[in-house]
Design a protein around this ligand. Structure first.
Ligand SMILES: *Cc1c(COP(=O)(O)O)cnc(C)c1O
Length: 435
């Protein structure tokens, strides 16, 4: 299958090219040239299938031309070493828990899948090439990517993060791993980290002496696998006899997660509609309201993984809907919540139903509570475990949040990082020692 750029100026890419490049040369995002509908029979008895079978079918629709069936199945099964259970909160509202992976956030699915797919391409091409993945993080992406690539042959990962600006839990998740993962603690902010990464990709000398790859969230190998768990949610609803009029509400920042859901829908996933939940970074909500897309500088909120002022995957949404706001509005509605709203939701859902939401999932829950009709079944994506936002959630609930064993393991590890300045020459000198 070929991949085209949403800007339509770059040539079409093969899967290997799209995965290794990340962004298209014309700065557009890659899209699969066709989104095949899965047969009706697949959905009729999907409730009898397990997650690995379901995900393998979905993966084959995209990657089946490029990767042999047995290898693809292994990539899918290794990726999904954990489940995505659907939990009833009350009445017709369900939480799709995407936090059972190694770093307790949904980004584990895309991170693990991309690592395995990249490693497969390296082996196919002879296996003697080393690929260096560089990734800038403000917290969560670094841990999902680092843990996804941990121990994967042929790949070195370098995570750049701003010194003193990530939480201790987040920092431990990518500085304690060792093996093929190195953390660079940059004396600067997140924008400096991103600038260093971009400069490295544009540096002629570095690109001659080493193969650099980006693992950011727009990569098709991180983006498309997120469709897997929408189908798995539907299978669980079918088993519960609740598969009619399904509404998905997705806490959204860069809009990768919801766009994967829209792609699942095009593949035939029986859904009725989607809701995009925003925090105060509400450019999409405003786009739905006014028909005009106006990117802004992001503002900081307690749902910080959604603090995005110019969502990259908006380009993919536009591509899917032919730039028509009317068409978008027919399928997707929006909602937005302030930090105060989020705090109220977390407190109320805990006191009424005993369920602890994280600040992102809280936006998803409230989006359903405010919009769903009695005849609909609502599923919100619980994108991270509340313990990842321990201080915030504990303050709201006035009680301790238990840290899951997986997180405790990270906390025991010894932090190892290399300090560098925010000057590109330092970063370049460091990379040359790793070539
Ligand atoms: C990344 C992230 C989001 C936002 O997902 P997008 O795909 O960028 O819209 C929401 N919640 C959590 C916990 C995240 O880490």
């Amino acid at each position: 299958m070929k991949y085209y750029s949403t800007n339509h100026k770059a040539p079409e890419a093969t899967l290997a090219e799209a995965v290794q490049k990340g962004l298209a040369p014309d700065k557009g995002l890659y899209m699969p040239e066709k989104i095949a509908r899965l047969p009706e029979e697949f959905f009729e008895n999907i409730g009898e299938k397990d997650f690995h079978d379901i995900a393998t079918t979905v993966a084959t629709a995209f990657f089946g031309d490029d990767i042999p069936a047995a290898d693809l199945e292994k990539i899918v099964c290794d990726t999904l070493s954990f489940d995505t259970p659907l939990v009833n909160i009350h009445d017709n509202i369900y939480s799709l828990e995407l936090f059972h992976g190694p770093t307790l956030a949904f980004k584990d699915v895309g991170g693990r899948f991309m690592a395995r797919m990249l490693s497969w391409f390296i082996r196919r091409d002879g296996g003697n090439r080393k690929v260096t993945v560089i990734v800038a993080t403000s917290g969560d992406t670094g841990s999902a990517v680092a843990n996804g690539f941990l121990g994967v042959e042929g790949i070195d990962v370098i995570v750049l993060y701003p010194k003193g600006k990530v939480s201790e839990i987040q920092e431990k998740q990518f500085t304690t791993l060792g093996r093929n993962i190195t953390a660079l603690e940059v004396d600067g902010n997140f924008d400096d980290c991103q600038r260093l990464v971009k400069s490295a990709f544009m540096d002629g000398e570095l690109n001659r002496i080493m193969t650099l790859t980006s693992a950011n969230s727009i990569n098709v190998a991180r983006f498309l696998p997120q469709a897997f768990y929408y189908f798995n949610a539907y299978a669980q609803l079918q088993r519960a006899g609740k598969a009619e009029n399904v509404v998905f509400c997705v806490p959204s920042g860069n809009f990768g997660n919801i766009t994967a859901g829209l792609i699942a829908w095009r593949m035939g996933l029986p859904a009725k509609r989607f809701i995009a939940a925003n925090n105060r970074n509400d450019v999409f909500f405003e786009y739905l309201r006014t028909g005009v897309y106006t990117p802004r500088v992001s503002v900081q909120t307690i749902a910080n993984a959604m603090d995005v002022g110019d969502p990259s995957n908006f380009a993919r949404v536009m591509d899917l809907y032919g730039n028509s706001v009317e068409a978008v509005r027919r399928d997707i509605s929006g909602c937005r919540y302030t930090d105060e709203d989020i705090r109220k939701t977390i407190a109320a859902v805990y006191s009424e139903y005993g369920y602890v939401l994280d600040p992102h999932g809280a936006c998803g829950y409230q989006g359903l509570a405010d919009n769903i009709l009695p005849e609909e079944t609502g599923v919100f994506l619980e994108t991270a475990h509340p313990a990842k936002f321990k201080d915030t959630v504990e303050k709201i609930l006035g009680k301790d949040i238990a840290i899951p064993a997986k997180l405790q393991e990270f906390m025991k590890g010894e932090k190892q990082s290399v300090g560098i300045s925010a000057d590109f020459r330092d970063f370049k000198d460091y990379l040359k020692t790793r070539a």
